[in-house]
Design a protein around this ligand. Structure first.
Ligand code: SF4
Length: 451
């Protein structure tokens, strides 16, 4: 039997780790074999594969293969190019998704001999014949801790598939949400899976959600993530990569990371503004609704302390001037604030809690820097739990703030604010915040009782 060393330019969770597997390295003393196979998964690693091939040629004849080369794959050999425990029972796909290379490389679906394994990586298992799918399920019923990490196509899921999947008792089953057309099939797939006995609470139903493709926005991507959760899936963001360079834009890298860990995803605040639009605040004097915007007396010193990057609760007449402003119908609570730098929010008087909760969660979970302007109502549960509980400093304003009424800027300040105000800071520089605002406010930081 031939002794083959396999060399992988990049390590992934599926990369083999046996004695004859090498990761992105030149040969070492004692490396001796009949052949060297360089296995390349990603096109942007092809140049590196060529370099590796040159260095390994001194040991034995070298072949470069793998999905990135565009060559059609052969039979599946367990443990050869993916780690032991993974299996592939079919290759190819009858669909022709624009962003996917599978159908270009592998062609239409073809069924392979079924090799045992607990982690199924098929391109599109549900496009196979019923007999093949049933045989795969029968094989999986004998495996421990089954996972479907190749992703199942929701549109092809039938009730009997869902029932058989349930019998396999998988640890996780991934579906995919790549284009808007996938949403309705995903909704139906969620219904079928829940009818078959899967539960949302188990977090077993997963969904790869593609993000960061051309013309995608952070707000739209965040919404897709939330929509996926609403259906019962735990999403996993998959950042689109430039096909030539393999690069992911920095914002999308951060976004991907923030939507990759189930524990963090389920810790994200779920509360949303109630029926009143977030950009409206109650007029304290006559009970009607108006825009009550933050005045320069707050904004000027705040901007001098830290430029404002995001205002997630803005309105057309706001003078905050953040680089990114979220207004209705977009939901400022549904986006990842920590991706934007410094967030400033002046939430509606009638609906403070979800905004304070979100500020605390974004700061504690993801290190976001957030400043929230709220009434200094220290007796309320929200102030106690989130401001005193998690903030790093609080500036109690020395004077009553006169908010801008109906967005007026030049002398048109509002009147009738009967409550004192507090600027609540969640961030890494409480000392500098205290020093900066001590002329216009009484600032506290470093108090006992913070969580
Ligand atoms: S369904 Fe999946 S495997 Fe098939 S072409 Fe689309 S993305 Fe690729």
């Amino acid at each position: 039997m031939k002794r083959i060393i396999r060399v992988f330019p990049r390590k992934t969770s599926a990369t083999p780790d046996d004695d004859l597997a090498r990761i992105n390295c030149a040969p070492g003393a004692g490396d001796d074999c009949d052949e060297v196979h360089i296995s390349v998964v990603f096109t942007w690693d092809l140049d590196r594969a060529e370099q590796l091939a040159r260095s390994w040629r001194v040991v034995a004849p070298v072949k470069i293969g793998g999905p990135a080369t565009g060559e059609r794959s052969g039979d599946f050999v367990p443990g050869m190019y993916v780690k032991k425990g993974y299996t592939i029972t079919s290759r190819g796909c009858p669909n022709r998704c624009w962003f996917c290379s599978v159908w270009k490389r592998e062609g239409d679906i073809r069924e392979l001999a079924i090799q045992p394994g607990s982690n199924l990586l098929d391109d599109n298992l549900l496009a196979c014949s019923d007999a093949h799918i049933q045989s795969v399920f029968d094989m999986l019923k004998k495996q421990p801790r089954v996972q479907f990490t190749g992703g199942l196509e929701a549109a092809r899921l039938k009730p009997w598939h869902a029932r058989e999947l349930r019998k396999v008792r998988p640890k996780q089953v991934f579906f995919a949400y790549d284009t808007p057309d996938d949403f309705e099939p995903l909704r139906k797939a969620a219904e079928l899976m829940l009818d078959a006995g899967f539960t949302v609470k188990s977090h077993c139903l997963r969904c790869f959600v593609l993000c960061g493709f051309p013309k995608d926005t952070l707000v739209a991507a965040e919404k897709r993530m939330r929509d996926t959760i609403e259906l019962g899936f735990t999403p996993m963001a998959m950042a689109w990569r430039n096909p030539k360079t393999g690069e992911v834009a920095p914002d999308w890298k951060k976004f991907q990371r923030s939507w990759a860990r189930p524990a963090a995803i389920h810790a994200k605040p779920k509360s949303k503004p109630k029926s009143k639009p977030a950009t409206l605040q109650r007029n304290l004097t006559d009970g009607s609704f108006q825009h009550w915007n933050t005045p320069p007396e707050i904004l000027d010193p705040l901007r001098a302390f830290l430029p404002i990057t995001l205002d997630p609760c803005s309105n057309p007449r706001s003078v905050v001037g953040a680089q990114v402003e979220i207004m209705r119908p977009d939901d400022g609570l549904a986006i990842a604030w920590h991706l934007y730098g410094h967030t400033f929010v002046n939430p509606p008087y009638i609906d403070q809690t979800p905004w304070l909760c979100k500020a605390a969660a974004e700061h504690v979970l993801f290190g976001a820097t957030v400043t929230v302007l709220i009434p200094a109502s220290v007796e309320t549960g929200a102030f106690r739990d989130f401001a005193f509980g998690y903030a790093d400093a609080i500036a109690f304003w020395n004077k009553r703030i006169r908010f801008l009424k109906a967005g007026a800027v030049d002398g048109g300040t509002g009147s009738g604010n009967s409550l004192p105000s507090a600027l609540v800071y969640f961030g890494p520089e409480p000392g500098r915040f205290t020093e900066h605002f001590s002329k216009c406010a009484t600032v506290v930081h470093n108090w006992s009782g913070r969580k």
